[in-house]
Ligand binder design. Structure first.
Ligand SMILES: NC(=O)C1=CN([C@@H]2O[C@H](COP(=O)(O)OP(=O)(O)OC[C@H]3O[C@@H](n4cnc5c(N)ncnc54)[C@H](OP(=O)(O)O)[C@@H]3O)[C@@H](O)[C@H]2O)C=CC1
Ligand SMILES: CC(=O)N[C@@H](CCC(=O)OP(=O)(O)O)C(=O)O
Length: 352
């Protein structure tokens, strides 16, 4: 489908959730966007309200009413849309993709519903049998820094998960250049704030209950997503922490013999020197420096003697881990630079 740069008509399904609301805010001030429909489930508690009733900080900025998404709505309105964003639970996204693909609309799915290529992994890691296994092969895994070319010409984009985004930004420069020791494991330790668990009330993620703890060890759905992206075995240790937003992934891996610290520095520089949203920090990254921003902050240290590399990346889970990354994907699909519209309120610090 040919997409014009101007006057793009969009819908955000899941606009009452954390990732969806963040996306609505970004799209509202994106110069290429003409209109944004806000959709929620048929049983949503926000039906009858507008966006700024639920998120009062956007009063006067986005006062659009929520609508219920169902087959009737899709049949009546999808033809008028250029783009739909799905910020919905994984299984709901699969069902919505099935319905929206009957119309000519480009789909950006923020859930994990189309990130994995092997359908059987959905039974194992997501707890449901995938209803569109053949479509998994068509979906582009939308990492803006690594898949810019594939993103230019696809109608289904699987926006990467939050933990995989931070881990893969640290890992891909190494694995894509085959600098890692293929006989040893890659270990990712991730820590996320509570907004990673979504807006739905849940005792385990309510403020008084949360204390720093590992969870879903050896069974988190992001483990196969990371392994698929680097074509190597990854062990992923997720942790939940008592802060609102932000995510840090620290990765440890063994490097091949004969690789020097200068080689490691060079692959990072080559990968990201033209990517203003990726910032190399002089010291270990901090979550407070990226919350509310589209940046990923990276720092690494390589011990040549032990051949051990430790790389750490901090992002905002709702921005670079979800909404701003989806906008980067949209920008590339439109033929714009990936950071278009995302840097107007923040300072840029290029990697030089
Ligand atoms: N939170 C995060 O850090 C990240 C989240 N994501 C992914 O984004 C998606 C949304 O996450 P998040 O915003 O945290 O979740 P929330 O629980 O905060 O929001 C979920 C949204 O989906 C809507 N929804 C639920 N079921 C349906 C349905 N059957 N049809 C249409 N809409 C539905 C909800 O609306 P209502 O209940 O009002 O109907 C709500 O707007 C998930 O797939 C998640 O994995 C990705 C990266 C990071
Ligand atoms: C703290 C917390 O619960 N985080 C979520 C991950 C965030 C998310 O929604 O996952 P996606 O990036 O795959 O969409 C989790 O561990 O399931």
């Amino acid at each position: 489908m040919i997409l014009q740069i101007k006057d793009v008509k969009t819908a955000v399904v899941g606009a009452s959730g954390y990732a969806g609301a963040e996306l609505v805010e970004l799209l509202t001030r994106h110069q290429s966007i003409n209109s944004i429909e806000l959709l929620v489930s048929e049983s949503s508690q926000v039906l009858g309200q507008c966006f700024s009733d639920v998120f009062p900080r956007w009063k006067g900025v986005c006062d659009t009413a929520f609508q219920a998404v169902n087959s009737d709505w899709i049949n009546q309105h999808a033809a008028e849309l250029d783009v739909v964003f799905l910020a919905t639970p994984h299984a709901a996204s699969v069902k919505l993709v099935k319905e929206f693909t009957e119309h000519e609309v480009i789909i950006f799915d923020l859930s994990g519903g189309f990130r994995l290529k092997q359908p059987e992994l959905y039974d194992e890691y997501y707890g449901f049998t995938h209803q569109l296994p053949e479509v998994l092969q068509q979906a582009v895994y939308g990492s803006p820094e690594w898949e810019a070319e594939s993103l230019k010409d696809t109608n289904l984009i699987a926006v990467p998960g939050c933990y995989p985004t931070a881990s893969l930004l640290g890992l891909k420069p190494i694995t894509s250049n085959h600098l890692h020791d293929e006989s040893s494991l890659i270990t990712v330790n991730g820590i996320s704030g509570v907004s990673g668990a979504g807006r739905q009330a849940n005792l385990a993620t309510s403020f008084n209950e949360v204390s720093l703890t590992p969870y879903n060890i050896l069974k988190h759905r992001h483990q196969p997503e990371m392994s698929q992206a680097v074509q190597a075995d990854v062990i992923f240790n997720p942790h939940l922490a008592p802060f609102k937003r932000g995510l840090l992934a620290t990765t440890t891996l063994k490097i091949k013999e004969g690789v020097a610290a200068a080689d490691i520095d060079a692959v990072y520089k080559n990968a990201y020197q033209s990517q203003p949203l990726i910032r190399f920090q002089k010291d270990w990254p901090k979550i407070d420096n990226v919350t509310g921003t589209p940046f990923a902050d990276i720092h690494w240290q390589f011990d040549e003697k032990q051949r051990v590399l430790v790389v750490s990346c901090a992002i905002d889970n709702l921005m670079k881990g979800a909404a701003s990354q989806a906008v980067q994907c949209l920008n590339l699909r439109l033929g714009l630079s990936s950071e278009f519209g995302l840097l107007s309120n923040v300072e840029v610090n290029h990697n030089d």
